[in-house]
Design a protein around this ligand. Structure first.
Ligand SMILES: Nc1ncnc2c1ncn2[C@@H]1O[C@H](COP(=O)(O)OP(=O)(O)OP(=O)(O)O)[C@@H](O)[C@H]1O
Ligand SMILES: [Mg+2]
Length: 299
């Protein structure tokens, strides 16, 4: 049975916590493996909220697994298993907490660049375009409106910032960091992944406006797709039927959360306010609906 119990934060006996992100807790399992635990935490306006979203961690995990399977013909990935029963003993000891929300993955040397692909003009891409007419060195046609579909998807890398916002960089700058050959390969792979995922999702009622991939090198020097893949947390999902350029689009998953927070007199700085139960419940439904639409299955 997968849990309906909310997990806000984990602390697993016998495993070393490597990192606690806004949403995921990452543990070192052994030299070659990490355990990525998706909690039910949610962030909005870059702040983690004090209210959790029931089943969100399950949806993130199941969606990543779905995409890893679907896209493995483009690039191999780090996923070992999401089945706790098949994980090492130290992990199985916490099976009740971890079931449905954890991935045992191959540990890699992470490339320190986020590989973002944008098919639509939103977020920092829209801001950069307004200011300069360009996004990460891509000169775009004049007169594009907010949320416009781009003539073709573009690769818009960013450096990973420990604190605060990532910085958009050009492909030339990425080449200075990773070398031209690796940059060209990551760009090519990222565009191919987006191309396939976007077309698939659009046919199922979801626009993937943009998404962020991470890659790493395994001990054999092979490039692997790592982290989470094509989830609502790493991507902008828009409901396709409501799509209309000229303004910002409702977020498929966080629409109710953002709408509610906008009604408050909150300055968008921590601590964030709690969500009413009905807003949290409606958000759970949106995550489950995203899963259902994309996979054609109930979670
Ligand atoms: N296979 C892997 N090998 C090594 N590191 C990995 C692998 N997969 C993912 N990671 C790293 O695990 C970390 C995941 O934690 P992260 O802090 O991004 O969590 P998060 O919940 O997404 O939080 P945030 O919202 O702050 O990004 C990232 O630093 C990512 O690069
Ligand atoms: Mg992250």
């Amino acid at each position: 049975m997968t849990g309906t119990r909310i997990v806000a934060e984990t602390s697993l006996p016998g495993l070393r916590l490597a990192r606690r992100g806004k949403v995921r807790d990452v543990y070192e399992v052994d030299e070659g493996h990490l355990l990525i635990v998706a909690t039910d935490r949610i962030s909005a306006f870059d702040c983690v909220l004090p209210t959790q979203i029931e089943r969100k961690g399950e949806v993130l995990t199941a969606l990543s697994r779905f995409w890893f399977g679907r896209l493995a013909h483009i690039v191999p990935n780090h996923l070992g298993t999401t089945e706790v029963e098949r994980m090492p003993e130290a992990v199985r000891a916490s099976a009740d907490i971890l079931r449905g929300r954890s991935m045992l993955v191959r540990r890699t040397e992470v490339f320190p660049v986020e590989c973002v692909v944008r098919g639509y003009l939103a977020g920092s891409g829209w801001k950069d375009y307004l200011a300069t007419g360009e996004v990460c060195g891509h000169r775009l046609p004049e007169g594009l409106r907010e949320s416009a579909k781009l003539p073709e998807p573009i690769f818009t890398p960013a450096t990973k910032a420990e604190e605060g916002h990532d910085e958009n960089i050009s492909e030339a700058r990425m080449s200075d960091i990773l070398g031209g050959e690796t940059t060209a390969r990551l760009s090519h792979i990222s565009l191919a992944l987006y191309h396939e995922a976007e077309a698939y999702a659009r046919g199922r009622g979801i626009i993937i406006a943009d998404t962020k991939f991470e890659f790493g090198l395994d001990p054999e020097g092979q490039i692997l797709l790592i982290d989470e893949a094509l989830t609502p947390d790493s991507s902008r999902f828009w409901p396709a039927e409501a799509y209309e350029p000229g303004h910002s689009q409702p977020s498929f998953d966080k629409q109710f959360v953002r709408d509610y927070l906008e009604t408050l007199d909150w300055d968008k700085r921590p601590p964030a306010p709690p969500l009413p139960p009905e807003v949290a419940a409606a958000t759970t439904d949106r995550y489950l609906e995203a899963y259902r639409l994309l996979t054609g299955k109930e979670l």
